[in-house]
Each structure stands twice: as C-alpha cells, then as structure tokens.
Design a protein around this ligand. Structure first.
Ligand code: ASP
Length: 431
C-alpha cells in the first residue's frame, strides 16, 4: 500500500490535478492521498495559501476573490459537480483565527481531488491533533487516523493542518503537508510514502550554486535530516521522523517527470563509492565568541553563558570549545531583539576576558554516512577550501560522524560549496 502526497505546484491548476489523478490511478496500491493547496502556476504567480494569509491580514474581500476564482476555474475545467459556495461564505464572513484561514487552501483542494477521483474526503481537522502548546500529538493522531481510515479502501485528506485540544484549527509550519503525508503513511503502515513534487529528488548540492548537481538515488533518513536542516529543502524536515520511526521508505518523485527515478529515503546504510552524499548550507549566522583564561578548569562556565541565551530564547546551532575560549553559532535573526541585553547579561554572569558577536557567516554541511570509516575526508575538504582562500571560522564534526559542518564568511559561501563539490564529486582523486 502506498500513501501519496502531492505538493502545491503539482496541483496548481485543473490540468495538473488531472495529471496527478492519472498518477494516482495508475497504481491501485496508491490508496491514501494527501494534498497541498494549489501553488504557483508560473514563477510570478501567488500560492493560494499566500492569498489566504493576505486576506486574513487585510480582511478585504477583494483579497479572497483570487482564491474563489482559482478554485471555481479548477472545478469548471475538471467538469465536476461540486458546490463550495457555503464554504467560501464561511471563510469570508465568519471570524476565524489565522491558522484556520491558512488551512482553507488544503481543505478546498482535498474536496476537489476527492470529488474528481470519486473517493471519500476525510478532514484532517478531526484526525491530526496538537497539544495545548501546539506540538503534534503523535499518539492521538496515529490512533485516530487508523480509526478513521482503517475501514476505507481509499481516501483524500488535506495536508498542513489539524486541531488544538479546544478544537481550533492549527497548522504546521509552511510546507507542512509533507508531515501530514508522513503521518498518514505511518498510521496506515504503508509500504512506501510517495512524495510527489516538482523536482527530480534530493540533489547533491543547491543547483543555484552548482548547476551540475545531480539527483541522489538513495539517502538515509539521518542524512536527509541533516541535509534538510542545513538548507536543502526537498521535504519538510519534520516529515522524516514519523516515516523513519515506522520504517516506511519515502520516495521523492517528480510529478512532471514521473519516469525519473526520484530519491529513495530509507534507514539501511547505503553503500556508495563516494563517502559524501551531498553538500548543503545556509547563510545568516552569527558567531558569539567568548574568551576566558583557564576556562577549561572552571565548572559551569559554559552552562551559565548558555542560560543567558536561554532567557532570550536564542538556540545555539553549533558549539566549538577550546582551552580558554569557546564559540557559539546562532542564527542572526534570533539576536534581532536581544543583542545588547544579551551581551550585557553575559558580561554580568560570567565576566569574560573578551566577548564578540560577529555576523555574516554561512554554515556548510558535508553529509555522508560513508564518511565515518574513511580516512582523508577532512584533509580533502580543507585542501579544497584552502585552494580558494576560504577562511574557515568554525568546524563541527557531528557526534554521529555523518557530517562535517563548517562556518565560513558569507562572501565565500558559494565558492566554498562549489569547491567542496568539485573535490568530492568531480575530481574525486585529487587530494
Ligand atoms: N500550503 C502550505 C504552504 O504553502 C502547506 C503545504 O503546501 O505543504 O506552505
């Protein structure tokens, strides 16, 4: 049994919905379908979810108009009889919270797909649950999905949302239909979770930086999670866990090129010649550097510093420690409202010899489960960066030894990614 999820670009208009339905019908094992809201039909187009968010902010009915028009056009062109006017009226005229409004695109999209396929519509509002803090309640969600879907041969469900304990609609973060698809796959014990999108799969590097990047045929959940966290965005990073825990392979596929092999994501170690699976990265980091003589012999010094960050809800992404100094990598955005206070509090709390916060860093992750038992990887990596004169400000080899994360200045981010890529994927034999 296969659970499928179609992303917004794959469902942007009637022709694409028809095509997605053909894919669904082409394999009788594709029994449960999770859909996103219609996305962009062309690069300058606006996603339905963005129209809805704009309408919620403005309250101006003219901002709802494009939503209604797009869905009505889809219904007309699909030639189905479906009257959504009561739903539009409720969305437009009743007071709602922001999450409810953002979720409407998925709701309408699933109603349409269900009508077109002639399959039952099952609303995730009554199957996916969050706790009072907005965290997913996996157990309740799993049990309810099994209960509601267990007796059905087929179903179409909207992605992206569920309900809070008080019944209010609550959404995942953007792109969250991927998570809904993984939850349905896990609950139904699917053999595969097919995630249909608009690219061939996970790429070895960001194609905007490395135009020759290729599709990764197979990747482990752990590698993918690492790549996604470092900025490679083929799948919502929170979609990995439910599938991983249930041992369900995820197959990323391109709706517009169904003949392509896509990327398989699974748990077994994958044997490849190349120890590196991919290179990912992001800009927008700051390095908070603290010096204190004989810090290594002091107890609780780092903890006290971290407690200052905690008070301001600043998470640190990486930490490098030395004898008399340590550096924390944090996202620059997280410092926006607290930089001066934080500096002052750290001064008071731990009295450092020096404290600096420097902006403008990018973090690059070189990911590969095959790196663990291969000597020479770090040597190759630093020689590639040395050759282009990139100054590496921070190094973190994760405990799992599945990734090496480097901090470089943003101005040499793209060149560094390209140089690493060339060394590991093009000129593999150069030392
Ligand atoms: N429609 C939502 C978004 O645009 C959720 C999704 O597509 O997964 O982010």
């Amino acid at each position: 049994m296969i659970t499928v999820k179609f992303g917004g670009t794959s469902l942007a208009d009637a022709q694409r919905i028809r095509h997605a339905a053909d894919i669904i019908r082409a394999n009788p094992d594709r029994r449960f379908v999770v859909v996103s809201a219609p996305g962009k039909r062309f690069p300058e187009d606006t996603k339905i979810t963005d129209h809805l968010i704009r309408f919620q902010a403005s309250g101006d009915p003219r901002d709802f108009q494009p939503v209604e028009e797009r869905f009505e056009e889809i219904i007309r062109e699909l030639d189905i009889s479906l009257d959504l006017s009561a739903d539009y009226d409720e969305m437009k005229n009743e007071p709602h919270n922001a999450d409810y409004m953002a979720s409407c695109g998925e709701y309408l999209s699933a109603r349409i797909m269900a009508a077109y396929l002639g399959w039952p519509f099952v609303d995730t509002e009554f199957c996916v649950f969050f706790d009072e803090k907005g965290r997913l309640d996996r157990r309740r969600t799993n049990n309810t999905l099994q209960e509601k879907l267990g007796s059905l041969e087929h179903a179409v469900l909207p992605g992206y949302y569920g309900a809070m304990p008080d019944g209010q609609v609550h959404t995942f973060s953007r792109g969250g239909s991927d998570i809904s698809g993984a939850l349905v796959a896990a609950a139904m014990g699917a053999d595969t979770y097919e995630n249909w999108t608009d690219v061939d799969g996970m790429l070895t590097a960001d194609p905007r930086i490395v135009p020759t990047a290729t599709t990764i045929p197979a990747i482990t959940y752990a590698e993918l999670e690492e790549m996604a966290y470092q900025g490679a965005t083929v799948l919502h990073e929170e979609a990995v866990r439910p599938a991983w825990d249930a041992g369900i392979p995820i197959h990323i596929r391109n709706t517009f090129r169904p003949e392509a092999d896509g990327t398989w994501i699974r748990s077994e170690n994958i044997v490849r010649d190349n120890p590196v699976t991919g290179v990912a990265g992001r800009k927008g980091f700051s390095i908070l550097h603290i010096e204190k003589e004989k810090m290594n012999a002091m107890v609780g010094y780092v903890r006290k510093t971290l407690s200052c960050l905690e008070r301001h809800h600043v998470a640190f992404e990486h930490m490098a420690t030395g004898l008399s100094s340590f550096s924390l990598v944090v996202s620059t955005a997280s410092l926006a409202d607290c930089r001066e206070t934080l500096e002052w509090e750290i001064q008071q709390e731990v009295d450092p010899d020096a404290l600096t916060i420097s902006d403008g860093f990018a973090m690059i992750a070189v990911v590969g489960c095959g790196m663990i038992d291969r000597p020479g990887i770090a040597g190759k990596l630093f020689s590639a960066l040395g050759d282009i004169g990139a100054n590496v400000r921070m190094i973190d080899q994760g405990g799992s030894q599945m990734s090496i994360v480097l901090g470089v200045t943003e101005d040499c981010y793209e060149d560094s990614v390209q140089a690493i890529y060339d060394r590991f994927f093009i000129n593999m034999n150069v030392l």
